[in-house]
Design a protein around this ligand. Structure first.
Ligand code: SAH
Length: 369
């Protein structure tokens, strides 16, 4: 599915490798080491205010910022919940398209370190048209650029570094491509943004690929291509039904790539990368939550092998205009139990951000006056 063509977002530091930034700076008539200095502020120190780039002469800061860091994301508003530990940001892009990102802070427990996950959008809107997801209802506006994706993570990183998120100063540990859009329909941008996130500072943000998850409706050829990139990101497959008859209606791309092909591609991904794949399954009351469907899902996954997969049931989050609701808690427990009985690790996904329309499937970026 081709995105409609629009004016491209301006080229930005976050679109470029360090070598490309040096070329851009030299082309602007400045010494190449200025690119390294700006990169260090941007990616290592997380300082985007040129006035604070004090190792650069005052007269050069504005021209460098203008040529390397044109504004890409304008904050429309931030909405918080969970005592400030969840922050949904609404962004206006250069062409007035709007997208959203969500920062979720999970404090350390006795057995786990603190995690901060940023859920990023990779497209304005989405062309996949899944009927239970708010993003799909307005269709696809356009693909985002790599810098537009990376800047969502950097904005969260800067807020954390400045101590603006409840819980004190911190850093982004995880990025999930689970915001607006179908990441694998904007493949090259998603790959470039992942490369920028994992490149060591000051080339990039120096994150671990293992902390990054790319979620897909099951674009099988792109899943195969991703397996060959040599980047061990986690792959998540939005399955939502183990049978083609139902999945054709819940995830319309299933009419092109069937359940069996999507699960095969997910299994191949786990074999190629050594990473356990996640299967996402929104539990929709009386639609896909029957115990027999859990059994069938378990059977299909075990038929490929053991230990390669993990299931993430997601209690359906309400979306405007949808008559569907989340499964009954007892039904949800039975669904999980049926998978566990087949030896499949299963964890219910939390519904973080649902009060602020910031949870899975709720990102619509409707800009209210
Ligand atoms: N397009 C990609 C990335 C979005 S990830 C994909 O579909 O995988 C968002 C996840 O939330 C997907 O698994 C999606 O199916 C799921 N989702 C969508 N609407 C939802 C809703 N109303 N409640 C719970 N999960 C939902």
């Amino acid at each position: 599915m081709e995105a409609p063509r629009r004016g491209k977002p301006p080229r930005h530091l976050s679109d470029m490798t360090l070598a490309e930034r040096r070329e851009a700076v030299v082309a602007a008539g400045l010494p190449r080491f200025r690119a390294d200095q700006v990169s260090n502020h941007w990616f290592a120190r997380l300082v985007d205010d040129p006035e604070q780039w004090t190792d650069i002469p005052a007269g050069l800061r504005a021209p460098l910022a203008a040529s390397l860091c044109p504004p890409l994301l304008t904050n429309v508003r931030d909405i918080t919940c969970d005592g400030g530990m969840t922050v949904k940001s609404v962004w206006r892009l250069h062409d007035a398209a709007t997208v959203e990102s969500v920062l979720m802070r999970y404090p350390a427990t006795r057995t786990s370190r603190e995690r901060v996950t940023v859920c990023v959008s990779s497209q304005a809107g989405c062309g996949m048209n899944c009927p239970f997801c708010a993003t799909g209802q307005a269709g696809l506006t356009r693909n985002m650029s790599a810098a537009e994706v990376v800047e969502q993570v950097l904005d969260a990183g800067r807020k954390l570094a400045r101590g603006e998120v409840a819980g004190g100063s911190g850093r982004v540990s995880n990025v999930v491509f689970m915001g607006m859009g179908e990441p694998l329909a904007n493949y090259s941008v998603v790959i470039s943004s992942v490369r920028r996130l994992i490149a060591p500072a000051p080339d990039g943000l120096g994150m671990s690929a293992r902390g990054i998850t790319v979620s897909t409706v099951g674009l099988v050829p792109a899943m195969r291509r991703l397996a060959g990139e040599g980047i061990p990101v986690t792959l998540a497959l939005s399955l939502h039904a183990p049978d083609d008859e139902l999945r054709d209606t819940l995830v319309p791309i299933n009419t092109k790539w069937k359940v069996g092909e999507a699960i095969d591609a997910a299994f191949e991904y786990s074999q190629a990368t050594g990473r356990r794949v996640s299967i996402e399954y929104a539990l929709i009351r009386d639609i896909n939550d029957q115990a027999w469907r859990a059994d069938l899902l378990g059977k299909l996954l075990n038929a490929r092998g053991r230990g390669w997969v993990h299931v993430n049931p997601i209690p359906l989050n309400p979306t405007p205009g949808s008559k569907w609701t989340a499964s009954d808690p007892a039904v949800e427990r039975a669904f999980v139990a049926a998978l566990e009985a087949r030896g499949i690790p299963t964890t219910i996904r939390d519904t973080r951000g649902s009060e602020i329309d910031g949870a899975c499937g709720q990102l619509a970026a409707t800009v209210k006056p």
